[in-house]
Design a protein around this ligand. Structure first.
Ligand SMILES: *Cc1c(COP(=O)(O)O)cnc(C)c1O
Length: 238
């Protein structure tokens, strides 16, 4: 095994151990939190290495980059599950509907309708999370918490989508307690919606990243999205 392969393996195991420890510390069962490996800016070969360690779910931010990787790997690794976790403009919905298994960043009915209309008939319904602007950042994407129930009720009616839950990307805050406080708001909203909607498949709260996954797990995340701690630091093309 090359050095790089070994590093990726060790990183993945360390993240799995962090999730396990966070679950234990919060009295949660270990498999109640799924790991989404965020592979944005990394190559299809890097994804292949992590997949070889048993990781199945991968997240991409940039839609065309994600589609390129999905296409490159689909013949060899058809069981990978691909999640779109970046902003979805209306002109990109078709690519998302045709290539991804999940979209975490739906925050407008128009985008949901386009994804529904463009989801190919031979594929299972697209799994969707609604992105909520949980900490009220003015410039951020995500629907306001007060508006999420109305959007959820509309999205739940779309037959080619399966509404799975909520997703948040709060601004970084320092300290475990402050992180937990923000994530706990998202968990409370998730529980409220789950009770109001009564949809059995509404089971996913996508929150927590490399810097705050312990706090997110403590607050009740069911899926953490981790990039840096698995693949290393990212460099963006200028
Ligand atoms: C990049 C990204 C992540 C992963 O962030 P890390 O800090 O590298 O773990 C998670 N979620 C979203 C939406 C991202 O864009």
């Amino acid at each position: 095994m090359s050095n790089l392969e070994q590093v990726l393996r060790d990183n993945l195991q360390a993240v799995q151990a962090r999730i396990k420890a966070a679950c234990a510390a919060s009295g949660r069962i270990a498999d109640s939190v799924q790991l989404l490996a965020v592979s944005k800016t990394f190559s299809a070969e890097d994804v292949r290495q992590i997949a070889a360690c048993g990781q199945r779910d991968f997240g991409e931010n940039y839609i065309q980059e994600g589609v390129d990787k999905i296409t490159a790997l689909q013949d060899d690794l058809p069981s990978l599950v691909w999640h779109c976790i970046g902003p979805i403009q209306s002109n990109k919905t078709k690519l998302v509907a045709e290539h991804f298994d999940w979209a975490h960043t739906v925050d407008r009915l128009k985008v949901a309708q386009r994804l529904n209309d463009q989801r190919p008939a031979h594929l299972a319904p697209l799994n969707v999370c609604l992105q909520v602007n949980i900490d009220g950042g003015e410039t951020k994407s995500g629907i306001a918490p007060a508006d999420v129930l109305a959007l959820a009720a509309e999205v739940a009616k779309l037959p080619r989508l399966t509404l799975r839950g909520l997703m948040t990307i709060p601004d970084p805050v320092d300290g475990f307690d402050a992180q937990v406080a923000v994530h706990a708001k998202a968990r409370a909203l998730f529980d409220e919606l789950k009770a109001a909607l009564n949809l059995p498949q509404f089971d996913t709260l996508s929150m927590g990243m490399t810097g705050d996954l312990e706090a997110a797990v403590h607050a009740g995340s069911t899926m953490v999205r981790v990039g840096t701690a698995i693949f290393g630091g990212r460099t963006y093309a200028a």
